[in-house]
Design a protein around this ligand. Structure first.
Ligand SMILES: Cc1cc2nc3c(=O)[nH]c(=O)nc-3n(C[C@H](O)[C@H](O)[C@H](O)COP(=O)(O)OP(=O)(O)OC[C@H]3O[C@@H](n4cnc5c(N)ncnc54)[C@H](O)[C@@H]3O)c2cc1C
Length: 318
C-alpha cells in the first residue's frame, strides 16, 4: 500500500516540500510506502529532495514529453499509474492546474477528491481529511471512506519538515500509457511572462486599495525596486483596473511564499492572505490599527502609507 505525491514539469514547484511533509505523515500513520511520481524534467532534482523528505520510492516515466503533456494526457497517465499501483491516497501540490487535474483524475477513477487539504490522518478504513473552506475562513473536516482518496494539498497552511534522517530513495522507471492521448482543448495563446514569477519571488511589496489611486500605486513599484523585489496587489485593485491580474496575490491569484512580504494599504482579507500567509516575515502598513492584516503581520506600522512610503523608499535607496 502506498501514499503517492504526483508532480510534473521541468522544476520542483514551491510547496512541494510541504506536500511531501503531509504525504509522509499519512504514510507513517498507515504503514504505507511513501512514493513520489515525478513526470518531466523535475525528476532529476527529485532524488535529493525526496531523500530529505523520507521518500521510499521515486517513480519516473521514461521518454520525452512528459512535462509537456496536456491535461487530457496527464489525467490518462495518472489514471494508468493508479491502476497499476493501487495507492491508498494520491496527493497533489495544489496550484491552478493541479487542482483541476486532481478533480478530473478522481472523476476518472470514481473516487472521492478533497481540495484545499492541509491535514489528513487515517480513520476507520479511510481517512479524516481537514481542508480550508470559504477562502480560509473555515476549516472543514471530511470523513473519506474509500480505499483511495485524491487530495489536493493547500501547502501554504503546512510547514515543511524534513525527515529526521534522510531515506534511501529507490528509483523506478514506470511505463505508463496516456502521453499519446489526443488533447480535446488546444491552447491557442497564453500570457507572455517576460519577468520572473511572483510565486518564486523572495521579496514582494504588495499594495491595496489603501493607496487611493492607480497613480499612487507607483510608490509600491518604487518600493519593490528599491528592495530588489517584485510587486503585487490585492484583487480589489485588479478589479479597479490599477494593475493586471498577473500581479494579484491571493486565493484567486498567485500563491506566494517569499522571505519578506510587505503589505501596504491592504486590509488582510482571508482571500488575500491565502496567497501570502506562508511568507516568513510579513510587514504591514495600514492606517487602521484594527485592520485584519495586523493579525498576520510580524511587524506593523499604523499610519498613512502615502506619508510613510516616500520616506521608506528614500531610506531603502540610501
Ligand atoms: C471568492 C473570492 C475570492 C477572492 N480572491 C481574492 C484574491 O485572490 N486576492 C485578494 O486580494 N482578494 C481576493 N478577494 C477579495 C477580498 O475579499 C478583499 O475584498 C480584497 O482583498 C480587499 O482588497 P484591499 O485590502 O486592497 O481593499 P480594502 O478591503 O478596501 O482595504 C483597504 C485597506 O487600506 C487601508 N487604508 C486606507 N487608506 C490608507 C492609507 N492612506 N494608508 C494606509 N492604509 C490605508 C484601510 O484601512 C483598509 O484596511 C476575493 C473575494 C472573494 C469573495
Amino acid at each position: 500500500m502506498a501514499v503517492v505525491l504526483c508532480s510534473w514539469g521541468d522544476a520542483i514547484d514551491g510547496g512541494t516540500e510541504e506536500a511531501l511533509t503531509l504525504a509522509r505523515k499519512l504514510a507513517a500513520a498507515t504503514g504505507a510506502q511513501l512514493r513520489w511520481l515525478v513526470l518531466g524534467g523535475a525528476a532529476a532534482a527529485a532524488v535529493e529532495v525526496g531523500a530529505r523528505y523520507g521518500v521510499d520510492r521515486l517513480d519516473t516515466v521514461p521518454g520525452a514529453g512528459a512535462s509537456a503533456a496536456g491535461p487530457d494526457a496527464l489525467v490518462a497517465t495518472l489514471a494508468d499509474y493508479c491502476g497499476q499501483t493501487a495507492p491508498r491516497a494520491v496527493l497533489f501540490n495544489q496550484g491552478a492546474e493541479s487542482r483541476v487535474i486532481a478533480a478530473r483524475l478522481a472523476g476518472r477513477l470514481g473516487v472521492p477528491v478533497v481540495a484545499n487539504v492541509f491535514d489528513v490522518e487515517p480513520a476507520g478504513g479511510g481517512q479524516q481529511v481537514t481542508a480550508t473552506a470559504f477562502g480560509g475562513d473555515t476549516h472543514a473536516v471530511y470523513q473519506v471512506d474509500a480505499p483511495l482518496a485524491v487530495l489536493s494539498v493547500s501547502t501554504t497552511a503546512i510547514v515543511a519538515a524534513p525527515a529526521t534522517a534522510p531515506s534511501t530513495v529507490a528509483q523506478h522507471s514506470v511505463a505508463l500509457t496516456g502521453a499519446a492521448v489526443a488533447e480535446r482543448f488546444a491552447v491557442t495563446a497564453s500570457p507572455q511572462v517576460a519577468e520572473a514569477r511572483l510565486e518564486d519571488a523572495q521579496i514582494i511589496v504588495s499594495g491595496g486599495r489603501g493607496l487611493g489611486s492607480k497613480q499612487n500605486f507607483e510608490l509600491v513599484k518604487d518600493m519593490a525596486a528599491a528592495l530588489g523585489g517584485m510587486w503585487g496587489g490585492s484583487r480589489a485593485i485588479v478589479d479597479d483596473g490599477w494593475i493586471d491580474s498577473s500581479h494579484q496575490v491571493g486565493l484567486t491569484g498567485k500563491i506566494t511564499r517569499p522571505a519578506l512580504y510587505v503589505a501596504i494599504g491592504i486590509s488582510g482579507a482571508s482571500q488575500h492572505m491565502a496567497g501570502c500567509s506562508a511568507a516568513k516575515t510579513i510587514i504591514a502598513i495600514n492606517k487602521d490599527a484594527d485592520a485584519s492584516i495586523f493579525r498576520y503581520a510580524h511587524y506593523g506600522v499604523v499610519g498613512d502609507c502615502l506619508e510613510i512610503l516616500p520616506e521608506l523608499i528614500k531610506a531603502a535607496k540610501a
